[in-house]
Design a protein. Structure first.
Length: 105
């Protein structure tokens, strides 16, 4: 766990530093009249700056779950609903397997 945190901290620091360097390059290039270079460096800095994961967990914390935690379950049988399986809402507007819906009717 600690190694993973150190790697992500170093990665965040490196991306932030590279975004700052690209920002400086963009400003300097714009001052010298090199618009194409300034635009490319600015877009790169923006992309790296947006891609830097935040310390709080970013989007994962906003959503409240990770991809492994998200699992759609049938309201009738409580079994996971796999991608591609037929499903739909029941009379209570809960997601159920199509087989479970047919067995209730």
């Amino acid at each position: 766990m600690e190694l993973r945190k150190n790697v992500s901290d170093r990665q965040r620091l490196a991306r932030t530093a590279f975004a700052v360097v690209l920002s400086v390059v963009a400003i300097r290039s714009l001052q010298r009249g090199k618009r194409l270079r300034a635009t490319l460096a600015g877009v790169g800095a923006l992309a790296l700056g947006l891609d830097v994961p935040s310390e709080s967990g970013g989007l994962t914390e906003i959503v409240g779950s990770t991809e492994e935690d998200v699992e759609l379950r049938c309201a009738a049988c409580d079994q996971p609903i796999r991608p591609g399986q037929m499903r739909g809402p029941n009379e209570n507007n809960e997601i159920v397997h199509e087989d479970c819906m047919a067995s209730v009717e």
